[in-house]
Ligand binder design. Structure first.
Ligand code: YH5
Length: 267
């Protein structure tokens, strides 16, 4: 992947809580339509996720996750031209997703599962290593840090080192501070203010702030009214070197980054 230009990763949730009719089944067709729409809006990557990692969410089993994401990835690779990434913590899902056509792994657990680092080295695909403090079920109960920026940086450095030691190529590694994952609103804003300091070894930084509660907590609005807040964070992050932006709002984020890039490219 070429990280010299900012990339927008469109979120394709295939979890029951994301189903448009609130029902139990999201059809593969609905997922494909949404993905095609995001590609038309300019998405550079489509991120398929089957396990809800929202605060309070329960983990799901292997079979259920496989049944949600694999058919979508298999169908998607024939209808979109952009690379597909899979948002999973499970090595077996990573392997199956790559066989099904996924070109990148997005792991909110930074490859902490047994065998995950070795698997990524074997598969030779790009990976995003994200920081999370605790698991989704309990992570927001009482997050504490002495220095959130330094702790996240130190954690990511250790995970990067584990990958490099196992033979993962540096060019295949992306890092992400994990906004909202075991962090208070104050922690999230601190991480954003100091995002520049997270960078090391020229690794590309990815962020996911789209519609998250760090925006809602400030503006007191529902997720669908958090787009402008997300774009403000996107612009601030771009200015500090972030290069991959995971979002529900692809068209708006592309426009935001286009304008940001024009500022950076001006005389
Ligand atoms: C991320 O930051 N986030 S899943 C709660 C919300 C809205 C959105 C309404 N996967 C990230 O998107 N992967 C998720 O409140 C991620 N970075 C990376 N790399 C959570 C999510 C969300 C949660």
């Amino acid at each position: 992947m070429d990280f010299s230009q900012p990339l927008v990763m469109g979120i394709l949730n295939v979890t029951p809580d994301s189903f448009s009719d609130g029902g139990q089944f999201l059809s593969v067709d609905d997922a494909l339509s949404r993905a095609i729409q995001m590609q038309e809006e300019g998405a550079d990557i489509i991120d398929v996720g089957g396990e809800s990692t929202r605060p309070g969410a329960d983990p799901i089993g292997m079979d259920e996750e496989a049944d949600r994401v694999l058919p979508v990835i298999e169908a998607l690779k024939n209808v979109v031209s952009v690379p597909i990434s899979v948002d999973t913590k499970k090595p077996a899902i990573m392997r199956a997703a790559v066989s099904a056509g996924a070109k990148m792994i997005n792991d909110v657990n930074a490859l902490e599962a047994d065998g995950a680092v070795e698997l990524i080295s074997e598969l030779g695909v790009p990976v995003c290593l994200m920081h999370a403090n605790g698991d989704p079920r309990t992570m927001q109960e009482n997050p504490t840090y002495r220095d959130v920026v330094q702790e996240v940086r130190c954690y990511l450095r250790q995970r990067v080192d584990a990958c490099l030691s196992a033979g993962v190529e540096q060019k295949n590694i992306v890092i992400d501070p994990g906004f909202g994952f075991g962090k208070t609103v104050a922690h999230n804003y601190s991480l954003m203010k100091h995002l520049r300091e997270l960078a090391f070894s020229e690794l590309p930084i990815m962020i996911g702030v789209s519609r998250k509660s760090m925006i809602g907590a400030l503006l007191n609005v529902q997720p669908r009214d958090r787009v402008a807040g997300g774009l403000a964070l996107t612009a601030m992050a771009y200015g500090q070197g972030a290069r991959i932006f995971r979002t529900h709002d692809v068209r708006e984020t592309k426009q935001c980054l286009h304008v940001c890039a024009a500022v950076m490219g001006a005389d």
